[in-house]
Write a protein that binds this ligand. Structure first.
Ligand SMILES: [Zn+2]
Length: 646
């Protein structure tokens, strides 16, 4: 196989008579470059079987002289396991991009390079996924080196993926659409609208998947930010989640409309939306339970019962499937000095059934420093806020506030107070519930339950999440969608803007470097927030005077008094510079309670569908190589050091 190939290559080279380069441009003789004369052979690589072309040529741009040599390379191995490594993110796009370099398209005796633009777009979108696993960007995906420009006839290795989306519609150009279609969206339609919206607003939006549902549907997120794909220092991150209950579909539609609205308004130059997107990173997950939606949609509006499609495909209620940290909170709160924030997920939680959708949300929360969140439901008309689980386990209805009761009430009010139906006291809405409380309620005071997403957000992370019940009907008829949007557009925007209430800033050492494990406490509120890896923090706070303390293990505390005026709409900036404690017996502060060393944390593993990589990520393997390193080194004597960041 190899010999005839080499012979053929030699023959091809010989077919070009020698030519003196010195003859100059006028001479009309040009030396064949590798891409001009190639012998196309069938592309027989498993990892590239879905490529948009079926012929390649050797040697490859990475100097592999045969298919066998290529298959034995670390580069190829990386492509084969990329899906598992990145847990579905950026795939298959990134794998196909890699294939286009390793085994480039060959056509009519000519090798074509993949387009640089495609590489650059993917790099921007996918770099965070590599960062999350501490892996360097693969050298062979260097957009400047292995990719070409349009002028040299590059090809788009992702054209097949795009085909399905773009075929029906002209590429996103021209004036932005100013109207939305107020219809229900099937899964395919939802994906198409989100992708198309991201393409239309490519400089401020992108889509990504946080994982898959039990039946394998991508949990697709569209994000809006001045730099999509990246966390920016001191820019708060907000998430809005719809359709956690598959048959509560209004939230799903509201978020699909909101995505299109944000894109259009930005392009049309709306100062409010431009300001919002330039200062906030907003993530919309219209459907957290796409499998349940299918069940509900099969019955359709007007026929859907109270519960068909509520659960995921495993029959799990996703809003009961999160770890119950609230019980742990109630246990700890009575002991002085015990930390009651950033509680660890108890080991026994993983012994039960954990839905892939739940797991995807938990991982998402771990990789993104969310400040604010809302989960959109249907079946009533009210905004509820944590805790959802009653402080007395046997009380089905019992007011059970968090230490941030004041702030949560403000957040709930921010939504309800600008919602015409929630504010309408004359209308007989949803049986007139919650009229007296102004359409907001403490969750446990309504009805108590464990395993909810909002309690988990508050007790495990920095994120404050509220629950919005958008209306009485869980699966509204299509004609109700437009009024629903009219009622909820302003509340959604006002709520997202609330991410800018309180204070934010940096916690750094005297050299200006971010302090790891820094936490920010507020006197009188027993709930600390932690700084993000870049040293930035956000603390949502109601107006008034607060004593704020920043501290970290090995540093002395810094205390500041801040006053937040009643009408202040931008977070006040409060930075902290921590001084190291003098040497000697150190008084260590307790860091955030993550899983203790030695215990397995399945969130760190390779994902719900088995562990193809053989090795699990070890928690805090200090100074060692990342968890995936052993896998690559076990396969070959060539250690792919280029995968290491340091
Ligand atoms: Zn619900």
């Amino acid at each position: 196989m190899l010999l005839p190939l080499l012979a053929a290559l030699a023959a091809a080279a010989a077919a070009w008579p020698g030519c003196e380069p010195a003859r100059g441009p006028a001479g009309g003789c040009h030396r064949p470059s590798a891409s001009d004369s190639a012998m196309c052979v069938d592309l027989q690589l498993q990892a590239c079987s879905d490529a948009a072309y079926n012929q390649t040529a050797f040697p490859s741009p990475l100097e592999h002289r045969s298919r066998e040599a290529l298959e034995a390379s670390s580069e190829y191995v990386l492509l084969s396991v990329l899906h598992h490594l990145l847990e579905g993110q950026c795939n298959p796009d990134l794998r196909l991009l890699g294939c286009a370099v390793l085994a480039p398209r060959c056509e009519g005796g000519r090798v074509r390079r993949p387009c640089r633009q495609v590489c650059e777009r993917l790099r921007e979108a996918c770099q965070p996924a590599f960062d999350a696993i501490d892996m360097a960007w693969p050298y062979f995906l260097d957009c400047g080196r292995y990719f070409g420009g349009e002028e040299e006839g590059c090809h788009d290795p992702l054209e097949k993926l795009r085909g399905a989306l773009d075929a029906e519609e002209a590429p996103p150009s021209g004036p932005p659409p100013t109207f939305l279609h107020f219809t229900h969206h099937s899964y395919a339609q939802m994906v198409r609208v989100l992708r198309r919206t991201a393409a239309r607003c490519a400089h401020i939006a992108s889509t990504y998947s946080i994982g898959r549902s039990f039946d394998g549907r991508e949990l697709l997120v569209i994000e809006f930010s001045s730099r999509p794909g990246q966390h920016e220092l001191m820019e708060p991150e907000v998430k809005l989640i719809g359709n956690i209950h598959g048959n509560e579909v209004a939230g799903r539609e509201m978020l699909i409309y909101l995505a299109q609205y944000l894109c259009s308004e930005y392009l049309l130059g709306s100062p409010r939306i431009q300001r919002l997107l330039n200062s906030t990173r907003i993530h919309l997950l219209p459907s957290m339970n796409p499998d349940g939606y299918e069940v509900a949609a099969a019955e359709g509006a007007g026929y859907n019962g109270w519960t068909s499609g509520r659960q995921n495909a495993q029959n799990l209620d996703l809003n009961r499937n999160f770890p119950d940290l609230t019980s742990e909170f109630y246990r700890l709160i009575s002991s002085r000095g015990a930390r009651t924030d950033h509680l660890a997920i108890p080991q026994h939680y993983w012994w039960g059934k954990v839905a892939p959708e739940t797991k995807a949300i938990m991982k998402w929360m771990r990789t993104t420093p969310f400040v604010l969140s809302a989960s959109l439901h249907g079946g009533d008309l009210v905004v509820s806020y944590p805790f959802d689980f009653s402080q007395h386990p046997h009380e089905e209805k019992m007011f059970s506030p968090t230490p941030d009761e004041k702030m949560f009430k403000l957040l709930a009010r921010a939504y309800a107070d600008v919602h015409p139906m929630m504010m309408d006291r004359s209308e007989n809405r949803c049986g007139g519930n919650f009229l007296k409380t102004g359409s907001i309620i403490n969750g446990a005071d309504w009805y108590s339950f464990t395993g909810g997403m909002s309690d988990f957000n508050y007790l495990h992370s920095n994120c404050f999440e509220i629950t919005v019940e958008l209306g009485c009907v869980k699966f509204p008829p299509e004609e109700a969608l437009y009024p629903l949007w009219q009622h909820n557009k302003e509340p959604l925007l006002t709520f997202v803007e609330m991410a800018h209430r309180g204070i934010k800033g940096m916690v750094v050492d005297k050299f200006g470097k971010p302090v790891r494990n820094a936490r920010v406490s507020v006197k009188g509120i027993r709930h600390d927030v932690t700084a993000a890896p870049g040293g930035d923090y956000w603390r949502l706070l109601p107006p008034g005077s607060h004593i704020v303390i920043a501290q970290a293990p090995g540093y002395s505390k810094v205390i500041k008094k801040v006053t937040i005026p009643a009408r202040m709409k931008r977070a006040g900036r409060v930075d902290f510079i921590l001084q190291p404690l003098p040497a000697g017996p150190k008084k260590f502060l307790q860091g955030p309670r993550r899983s203790s060393p030695g215990l397995q944390d399945p969130l760190e593993g390779a994902g719900p569908s088995g562990e193809p990589l053989g090795a699990r990520r070890q928690p805090e393997n200090s100074g060692g190589k990342p968890w995936w390193w052993a896998y690559f080194t076990s396969l070959s004597q060539h250690k792919p050091r280029w995968l290491l960041k340091y």
